[in-house]
Write a protein that binds this ligand. Structure first.
Ligand SMILES: Nc1ncnc2c1ncn2[C@@H]1O[C@H](COP(=O)(O)OP(=O)(O)OP(=O)(O)O)[C@@H](O)[C@H]1O
Length: 581
């Protein structure tokens, strides 16, 4: 048996007929969905049927089928991978969905239906669970999936109550309960979906029997807050008689396009519809200490009760305890020959990188704070150095000149392995005791992730269609990072790496600092705005310090230290994050 072309990056979901995996093409790092079709549970007839729809349909808004992969245990259907998850997941994520996004997604779904209906295929199961979201540098793309119960338009169906045919009653048009269906039945389901996206709940709810009665004879109300043009579209899509709905999917698509033009024009403002609990943000934080300083602080870290800060080639260390008045004295002051460019930490050791511009020489030192021991460890001659230290302080990954990755043991400072990579290394993050993530900015619209193990061997590589920066490792979940979208700096990204899953988070400002906490993230702009996000990326609170933030660090789970500057006056503030997360 040949080795599979794909390497799995974890399971994404479990359908009725088998598991779905996220897989990487070993050759080019592209990510695909691998739907494992359990031969026992998924009869070949049903498999061929779903396949016949997928093969017939090639459209940017329909999940593409890329082939069948046989493996030892059975067979995989290889399909487009949608790292944004399902539309249902987005709706339940607590993130605000803008009117622009609602109209964009509904147009994507209708474009998919225009194509399918032209090919005489009726989807028969339009619902948010079957709309998958691809995230690219241009935004979300909705892709219609799960043609498991789709039908050719000439086929006959059994009535719903005969049990021979299923669907999702909450989205089923009245005729579907009698086994009748047409393109108009799919448009009815899109009408329910549009209603749900705008209102936050569906027009009819209850058990399947109640739902059937409601779809057949009940009317529904729409609040006046929904724009008239959208009310008209919903009203027409949800007519009880199929022949009174839109004549076809193209006509409904045109109506949504017109409504979009009328409502949004060329405006790029974000209009939110669904009231969100986070819309009434409190000032979450309290300034508990504030001291004025004679100098500007540009680098600040707190590790195990020691505050570290840097002024050019001087490192100062001060013990911090709750009653510290923050007046800046220092317990230690170490002067280096060259300018300090970075500090890294592992428990009570600080690693200091210095750089000499004259000789292009990077030097690494370590300092054991309690033992007052400073030691020079390694030097590199390079134009550029990026580093990341293992959390336990056992090894370090160093990238030189954007391309060469070197791994060193920190126990005996021995060189372990060097690898030359293609592309431009932008950041390295140690993920756990044995792996590090190397992030390459391959183009302005692509990012390549490479996972190396501590022996310097490439373990996995895959890419996403987004450029990212300011990447920070989560303290909540393993293999999860937070990043900012380079081309849209008002968007945060919560990226799970195993399996790949991306959540987009609209932000009120462009962050310059991202701090991970055991309950979520703290984001700050250089202008003094700070927000707190929970682990799901939902904004919990905000504060504005109305001063330039020059450095920021966490003191513990509840407190942060922020260095600010305004009117040439530097200041250090200790803030308490008062809310329960
Ligand atoms: N192409 C894909 N890209 C990303 N995630 C996917 C993809 N296909 C499926 N998934 C995820 O896997 C889950 C299971 O998918 P699958 O299509 O097997 O089952 P289902 O739609 O839940 O139900 P069923 O096919 O049994 O009716 C989905 O809910 C979705 O989260």
């Amino acid at each position: 048996m040949q080795r599979s072309r794909y390497r799995t990056l974890g399971q994404i979901g479990q359908g009725q007929f088998g598991k779905v995996f996220c897989g990487i093409d070993r050759e080019n790092g592209q990510v695909f969905a691998l739907k494992d079709l359990d031969i026992k549970q998924f009869p070949t007839r049903k498999f061929l049927r779903e396949l016949s729809y997928l093969v017939s349909l090639k459209h940017p808004n329909i999940i593409s089928f890329h082939g069948i992969e046989h493996h030892q245990g059975g067979r995989y259907l290889v399909m487009d991978y949608c790292e944004g998850g399902t539309l249902r997941e987005l709706m339940e994520s607590g993130q605000k969905i803008t009117l622009q996004l609602i109209l964009k997604l509904v147009q994507d779904i209708l474009s998919a239906l225009v194509h399918a209906h032209r090919k005489k295929i009726i989807h028969c199961d339009i619902k948010p669970e079957n709309i998958l979201l691809k995230i690219t540098s241009t935004g979300y793309i909705a892709k219609l999936s799960d043609f498991g119960i789709a039908r050719w338009s000439e086929e006959q169906l059994q009535p719903y109550h005969s049990g021979g045919y299923t669907g999702s009653p909450a989205y089923m048009a009245p005729e579907r309960f009698y086994g009748k269906y047409s393109a108009a039945s799919d448009l009815y389901a899109v009408g329910i979906l549009l209603y749900e996206l705008l209102v936050g709940s569906r027009p009819f709810s209850g058990f399947p029997k109640d739902l059937m009665a409601a779809h057949l004879s009940q009317s529904f109300n729409l609040s006046d807050t929904i724009p008239l043009s959208l009310q008209t579209i919903i009203e027409k899509a949800l007519r009880k008689l199929p022949q009174r709905r839109f004549t076809n999917s193209q006509e409904m698509l045109e109506a949504v396009r017109l409504a979009e033009q009328e409502l949004l024009g060329n405006s790029s403002d974000n209009i939110f519809f669904i009231p969100s609990s986070s819309s009434s943000l409190n000032n979450f934080s309290q300034i508990i200490k504030k001291v004025y300083l004679s100098r500007k602080i540009t680098n600040l870290s707190v590790v195990q009760n020691w505050i570290y800060w840097v002024e050019k080639n001087v490192l100062m260390v001060q013990f911090y305890y709750d009653k510290t008045d923050l007046e800046f004295f220092h317990d230690y002051k170490i002067t280096f020959e060259d300018e300090i460019i970075k500090l890294e930490f592992s428990s009570n050791t600080v690693y200091i990188f210095t750089f000499s511009e004259e000789s292009n020489l990077y030097t690494l030192y370590h300092f054991f704070v309690e033992q007052e021991q400073l030691k020079k460890l390694l030097t590199w001659s390079a134009n550029q150095l990026i580093s990341s230290i293992d959390i336990k302080g056992k090894w370090i990954a160093i990238a030189l000149n954007y391309q060469e990755i070197n791994i060193y043991s920190l126990q005996d400072f021995k060189f372990i392995k060097s690898t030359i990579t293609e592309g431009k290394i932008q950041q390295i993050i140690t993920l756990d005791q044995s792996h590090c993530l190397v992030i390459h900015q391959s183009t302005s619209e692509h990012t390549l992730f490479q996972i190396f193990n501590r022996r310097g061997n490439l373990f996995k590589a895959f890419s996403i269609t987004l450029a990212i920066e300011l990447v920070t490792l989560s303290k909540v979940a393993d293999y999860e990072i937070f990043a900012i979208e380079t081309n849209k700096p008002f968007l945060g990204l919560l990226i799970k790496l195993k399996p790949l899953k991306i959540t987009r988070i609209p932000l009120p400002f462009k962050p310059s600092f991202v701090l991970a906490q055991s309950w979520g993230y703290i984001l700050a702009s250089s202008l003094g705005e700070i927000i707190v996000l929970n682990a799901q990326g939902i904004i919990q609170g905000e504060i504005n310090l109305s001063a330039t933030i020059t450095a920021i660090t966490t003191l513990n789970d509840e407190k942060i230290l922020v260095a600010t500057e305004s009117n040439n006056q530097s200041c250090l503030q200790q803030l308490s994050l008062k809310k329960d997360f």
